[in-house]
Design a protein around this ligand. Sequence first.
Ligand SMILES: [Zn+2]
Length: 412
Amino acid sequence: MFKVSNDCQGENIEVVRITENEVIIHYEHRENTRDDSWPYWAFHADGLPSREITFRFSDGSVDASGAYRYDDEVVGPFGPAVSFNGVDWEWLGAESAPDHKAFKYANKDGHERVYFFMYLGYRPQNLELFINKHKNNPLFNTSVLTVSEKGADVPLFEIGKSEAKYHFLLTSRHHSGETVGSYVLEGFLEYLLKGGGFVAEHFMAHVVPFVDYDGVVCGDPGNTRLPHNHNRDYIDEPVYASVRAIKALADKYEISVALDFHCPVKWGGTEDTACAMKHDLKKTEGADVYWAIMREKYGARNERGQIPIIHDLGYPAYNTVDATRAMCSGYMHFVKGVSLAIATETPFYGTPSTFTVTPENLRLLGQRYAQGLDEYCRLFVPLRMWMIGERNTIPRYTGITKPEIDFSCMEV
Ligand SMILES: [Zn+2]
């Protein structure tokens, strides 16, 4: 008989019942609220037979006739993501899960272990591979941000030249289940690690790839964590060690840019596009300019297979001080005065008629974000230097000697 388990990192499932041809499962809420709007599941199975097995999602409750209820729509438009090594993921296919409440899998190739994930998985093993790939790059430095609530070292990367004058902050997995944001971050970092751009030359990037490290390791849903999730913890006395440490970083360095990589809820509507929740009080520089560069130049709207950037704003309700100052991007903008502070939202799936999210196009999206930031910084760093009287330090190769712009309306 085959075995279904959740004992690998990042996994989350409870088996309700196993029969010869069917497994009934549901995801665990852990120490979260019982809010079902942010589902997350991942598990592996050993010794699956070559015949078709149905994996059916249920909350475990029964209806009046005593039958299990199967009303959890938690399998995406391309079926589950599958992996045979726990690191490389691909979609099983839409035909495996026509009603989003179950999927079917036949282990025709006799894999000893098969991993299944609601999204494209990205677990600590993926990050270790990334670190190993780049550990000899002189621009890459790894250290420990802090120790998590469960006693783990939370990784911190510094990318750039130690003498860099400007600093920016890159974060992902404030919501531990938002795996896809990690691929975007990888692509962004790989662009920086190539060196040579304006940003690599003048900026030091402080990077926290897993803000909710314990949640990533344990496979917690994250968004519904109690008393609040990590991206609502930028308050006077944060509950989480990693948020306290990120706030200390923002006190230590004058951060010019803060990008926080997220993903939306499941699929459908604006959840299927790349967008940003951005804050821009000054209206003359910062998020509006950066996002305009992204949308107009790196939007990839007509590039087949790429994730397009169409919308400005994912969640208008969050574009106020009160709604966002406890969030990373809101705190950085409204409290620390970072002119460009954005939370990006990257779709988990795409749609059958537009594009399919893959590790490759996610990394390319991250690279596009980095290219756009390079242009943004090329434009605005010299302007800011000029305005604060550091004209002699303007890098010559930008070609900007005198700003052709009326910036009397700008605050410095
Ligand atoms: Zn999020």
